[in-house]
Structure formats: structure tokens, C-alpha cells
Design a protein around this ligand. Structure first.
Ligand SMILES: C[S@@+](CC[C@H](N)C(=O)[O-])C[C@H]1O[C@@H](n2cnc3c(N)ncnc32)[C@H](O)[C@@H]1O
Length: 357
């Protein structure tokens, strides 16, 4: 694995009709290859500031903001005034206690206060398929819930990045479809919102909320099959294609330039290519790029002989929060906040064991 400081120049690793993948430190690649105010969208998932290191070079959460500062300044310089920076970032736990690090909020503050970005909106990626970790707090002591959300900071060099939510509309809910069919009486809501008769106009689809629900359940994608065939280890921390797709659709036009400076397996490049945007991906590790190039060898989604679309079987069911709690037979909440494990608490409540005679 090449360490960041050993690389002085970036190398062109792969090229397609619309994009380029570079091997090297993105600070170097982006400085060398891009001119100021030339990029429409940077959409990326940097290494998170994790407590337990994964094998793709995470930075400690306490040093994270310092590490990110030069990237933040560079990103601001290369973005057009109408451009956007979208950062998908997961939270971290403080070692040894059931509380959370604030590093991703500190990152946001640094990017806005020092690098002069505006916070266009904070969004959240909810992965309903996320495993319940850390086990100690979630499945052993059961004092925290599953951490299934990543923050997605949408930032912009000016308060007015180009954007349209019309590109990311969602199907109407059953309730809304019912209202549209059966009619709606205009009235003032108890909250003070004046719901006019315009509410009942069928616009074809609903404006999505800032919660993007995508289950990360990829298990047999073309990328994975390619890696398996070639004996390559797939990237361990990919984001689902739906995430960059949401922002590329909403924030760019065809032929705009999309950049991912922490490209990993180049999901962003693959989506940008499919959507007809120009793109540039930079990645530090060649072993990740070996698998990434497989994305650009993928046959078209529609079979030219049968005309059939490749199936997409990654669906999921969203449950109402608390749907499985019946409130009966539950012990009261631990008064010490879970500081001691349940078994130790029970033992303490029973008192000292009587000595054998
Ligand atoms: C969370 S992963 C990104 C995964 C990617 N979104 C995907 O779906 O495949 C972060 C990546 O950033 C890369 N990286 C870390 N520092 C870098 C740097 N200075 N320049 C380029 N890439 C870097 C890591 O090697 C890692 O692959």
C-alpha cells in the first residue's frame, strides 16, 4: 500500500468516455488535475474518524478535523460558486463508554467557519440493514439502539448552489394517494400551517425528506462478481449507488463535472458515467482500484437479445419504530444508566451469597 507521503504525483489508472480514475493522494491529484472553480459537485465518503481502525487508513477521531482542513480548503477552491460538496460521514463511539464522539459535528463547524462553506442542508442516510453495533451497548447491555444513520453534510461555497428536488421525487404514500383520490378539505392545522387546496394537487410524485433510506444489502452485484472472478478483495466500506445518485441527479446537469476524492471502489464514477456526467475519481490504494475498474467493464443493464432489464432484488421493509414493544413483563430501566452489566446488577440486588457451612 503506498503511504500518502510517498506519492508525489498522481497516475492515470483508468479512463472511460466521461471520466478518469487516478491513483494517488487526492490532495495532489486534485491540485494537479483541476483548475479553480471548475467542479460542479464533490460527492464523497471519506475515511471516518473511527475509534477502532479498519484496514483503509482511518484517522483517529481526535485528529480528524486537523487532517481534513487542507482537503476542505482545496475543495472550496475547485468548486464553482454554483457547486456543492456532499460528505457522507458516520459517527463514532468514545472508547469504553456508551457516548458518542462529536468529531463529525466538529468537521462540519470547521468547514463552515474556517473554509467558508455554507450548510445547504443536513441529510441522513438510514441503512435499515445495519448490524447492531457496538455489541456491548446495543446487544449485551441493551442500553443504546442500533446506530443506523450516517450524516450527509451538503455544503456549498455560496448560499445558492444549483439544485432541484424535482430530480429526486419519490412515489406518493398510500395516505397521500387516498387524499388525492378522495379530496382534501383546506384548513388551518393545529400547528398553524395553513394547508390550502393546492395541497391536493397531484404533482405526480412526492418531495423526499432529508432522510434517505437505502438498505445496504448488496451481495451479488456485478462489482462483487468481478472481484470474486479476479481474486480481488472487495472494498470493505462502499456506499450504495443510490446515495451518490441522489445528489448527482439533484445537483448536476448532464456533462457537469463530478469528483470523488476518496473514491474507494469508484461507485461515484460508475453512477456519474451512467447519468452522463463527466467525472474524476482519486484513490490512494491500488488494490481498491483493481476491483473498481471492473465497474466500467459491466455489460449494459438491458440484455440486448431479450430486451429484459436486469432484476433489482435489493428491497426492504420499513417498520414503524417501537412496533414490537408491548410494554408488559419488562424490568424497569436500569437506574445507573447501564453502567453495570445486568447480571452484576441482579447479583448486587440479591445481596452477598451465604457462606457454605
Ligand atoms: C470510505 S472509503 C470510500 C468508499 C467509496 N465511497 C466506495 O463506495 O467504494 C474511503 C477511501 O478513501 C481512501 N483515501 C484515504 N485517504 C486518501 C487520500 N488522501 N487520497 C485518496 N484516497 C484516500 C481510502 O483508501 C478509502 O478507500
Amino acid at each position: 500500500m503506498p503511504a500518502s507521503e510517498e506519492i508525489t504525483n498522481s497516475t492515470l489508472y483508468h479512463e472511460t468516455k466521461l471520466g478518469r480514475v487516478y491513483l494517488g493522494d487526492s490532495l495532489c491529484t486534485l491540485t494537479e488535475r483541476l483548475t479553480p472553480r471548475s467542479v460542479d459537485l464533490i460527492v464523497t465518503s471519506p475515511p471516518f474518524g473511527l475509534v477502532r481502525k479498519k484496514d483503509y487508513g482511518n484517522v483517529d477521531s481526535s485528529e480528524y478535523v486537523e487532517w481534513f482542513r487542507s482537503f476542505g480548503k482545496l475543495f472550496h477552491r475547485i468548486l464553482k460558486p454554483s457547486g456543492s460538496l456532499v460528505i457522507d460521514i458516520g459517527g463514532a463511539w468514545i472508547p469504553g463508554q456508551p457516548t458518542r464522539s462529536l468529531y463529525h459535528f466538529e468537521l462540519l463547524l470547521m468547514l463552515c467557519r474556517e473554509c467558508k462553506f455554507h450548510l445547504a442542508q443536513e441529510l441522513f442516510w438510514w441503512n435499515p440493514a445495519k448490524l447492531p453495533t457496538p455489541a456491548e451497548w446495543v446487544t449485551v447491555r441493551r442500553i443504546r439502539v442500533k446506530d443506523a444513520i450516517n450524516c450527509v453534510w451538503w455544503l456549498s461555497p455560496t448560499p445558492w448552489p444549483k439544485a432541484s428536488n424535482r430530480r429526486v421525487l419519490a412515489p406518493y404514500s398510500d395516505a397521500m394517494r387516498g387524499l388525492l383520490k378522495n379530496g382534501y378539505r383546506a384548513k388551518l392545522r393545529p400547528s398553524g400551517h395553513d394547508i390550502s387546496d393546492k395541497f391536493a394537487v397531484n404533482n405526480g410524485a412526492a418531495i423526499p425528506p432529508n432522510l434517505i433510506a437505502v438498505a445496504h444489502t448488496e451481495s451479488n452485484s456485478y462489482y462483487q462478481r468481478y472481484c470474486k472472478e479476479q481474486g480481488i478483495k472487495p472494498h470493505p466500506a462502499r456506499f450504495p449507488a443510490e446515495l451518490p445518485e441522489f445528489f448527482i441527479r439533484m445537483l448536476t446537469d448532464p456533462r457537469d463535472l463530478v469528483v470523488d476524492p476518496f473514491a474507494g471502489s469508484c461507485v461515484t464514477g460508475e453512477v456519474a458515467e451512467r447519468l452522463g456526467r463527466r467525472w474524476l475519481c482519486a484513490e490512494l490504494r491500488e488494490d481498491y482500484l483493481k476491483g473498481a475498474v471492473g465497474r466500467f467493464k459491466r455489460p449494459p443493464d438491458v440484455d440486448s437479445k431479450s430486451g429484459k432489464k436486469a432484476s433489482n432484488d435489493a428491497f426492504y421493509k420499513v417498520f414503524h419504530p417501537s412496533a414490537c414493544w408491548n410494554g408488559n413483563g419488562e424490568p424497569p430501566l436500569p437506574r445507573d444508566g447501564g453502567k453495570t452489566r445486568a447480571r452484576a446488577r441482579k447479583r448486587a440486588a440479591r445481596g452477598p451469597k451465604a457462606k457454605e457451612p
